[in-house]
Design a protein around this ligand. Structure first.
Ligand code: NAP
Length: 333
């Protein structure tokens, strides 16, 4: 199998670091990029080169030198934030990276999209990849992730081969987005379970996602700008996921079942208070955050199975175990 030189953006973050390590572990030459030099350092032993750069501002050609593939994991990934911040980190950065990749002769580009675009305040089962954007977006994050996909599709007219992965609720060692937020809510000793936590959701072990990306880099793919849902393929009830998490973390948490309507109203109130505070800090409860665990959402992953040969390893226990082992105070979101 031939060796690839791969630029991994967001290698200082959760998914990017797993991807960079996975590729390096298979003998690929990794250029690990991010902004936070200390966190990027986790790639020092495995990457061929470490490159600190702000994708929205710095010249990008130098780090693409000799690369045939880009795996674009960098993004502002959060349920809260202003349109300006999301546009810069997710849309401008993606567009600049694609332009630089085309100019540098990169052949393949894997983009991390997000199923947050599908979210509606209703239960959704077996959601497929076909998507029509709504007139009003529920979060600026989702709006910017869809716009970043548009950039990828536009760049797919030329010789650049592109692929968009939409992994749902990725968790595992080093997660900074999902499990830390759930633990923060549980810090008071109780957890608000929307409608008893019966909603069925899909999650994705980070090793399944990074394994798929490594396979795609090594095997290549045909098609441009095609999007693929990615999950573990084993939907579970929110309550079962939380029970497993808190029990593995040694947390005794009292469940408080709350009806969906009042819970969303309380989250709306928390958002309004946050919007009026200096710096508009993220509230512990947002309507989106609550909705993600308060409504069912499962994704159809047949396309990834059939066209990319995706074969996820089942079981959430291993992912929770890896997260818990790595968890320490400085990891808190
Ligand atoms: N986690 C999930 O459950 C999930 C689910 C679906 C999709 N995704 C997508 O997967 C990707 C990775 O998510 P993640 O969870 O790994 O996020 P993460 O841990 O927050 O990492 C994001 C990375 O993006 C980098 N970054 C942000 N803005 C940048 C900029 N302007 N220039 C250069 N680097 C920049 C950050 O760099 P520094 O930290 O060095 O500043 C960080 O390394 C994102 O596209 C996200 O939307 C994630």
């Amino acid at each position: 199998m031939s060796t690839h030189r791969v630029l991994v953006t967001g290698a200082s973050g959760f998914i990017g670091r797993h991807v960079a390590h996975g590729l390096a572990g298979r003998g690929q030459e990794v250029i690990a990029s991010g902004r936070d030099a200390a966190r990027l350092d986790a790639n020092r032993d495995s990457a061929r080169r470490i490159q600190c750069a702000d994708l929205a501002a710095d010249p990008l050609e130098p780090m693409l030198d000799g690369c045939d593939t880009v795996v674009h994991c960098a993004a502002l990934s959060a349920p809260w934030g202003s349109r300006v911040e999301f546009e810069r980190a997710n849309v401008l950065a993606t567009r600049r990276l694609l332009d630089a990749a085309c100019r540098s002769g990169v052949r393949r580009f894997i983009h991390l999209g997000s199923p947050s675009i599908y979210f509606r305040f209703r239960d959704q089962y077996d959601v497929g990849e076909a998507f029509v954007p709504p007139r009003r977006w529920i979060t600026e994050y989702a709006r910017s992730k869809w716009a970043s996909e548009d950039c990828v599709r536009e760049a797919s007219d030329g010789p650049l081969q592109t692929l968009i992965l939409r992994p749902r609720a990725v968790f595992g060692e080093g997660d900074r987005a999902i499990l830390p937020r759930l633990l923060a809510v549980a810090e008071r000793g109780w957890f608000p379970l929307v409608d008893g936590g019966e909603a069925l959701i899909d999650v994705t072990r980070v090793d399944n996602l990074s394994g798929l990306i490594v396979d795609c880099v090594e095997r290549g793919w045909s098609g441009s700008g095609q999007a693929y849902n990615v999950t573990n393929g084993e939907p579970l009830r929110v309550r079962d996921l939380l029970s497993a998490l808190f029990s593995r973390m040694g947390r005794r948490v009292r469940w408080v079942s709350v009806p969906r309507g009042p819970a969303l109203a309380a989250a709306w109130l928390a958002e309004q208070v946050a919007l009026r505070r200096p710096g508009q800090p993220e509230p512990k409860l947002t309507r989106y955050g609550l909705g993600v665990v308060g409504y069912a959402q499962t994704l159809d992953i047949r396309r990834a199975r059939e066209e990319l040969g995706y074969r996820p390893t089942p079981g959430i226990a291993a992912g929770l175990e890896a997260f818990a082992n790595a968890w320490s105070d400085h990891d808190r979101a």
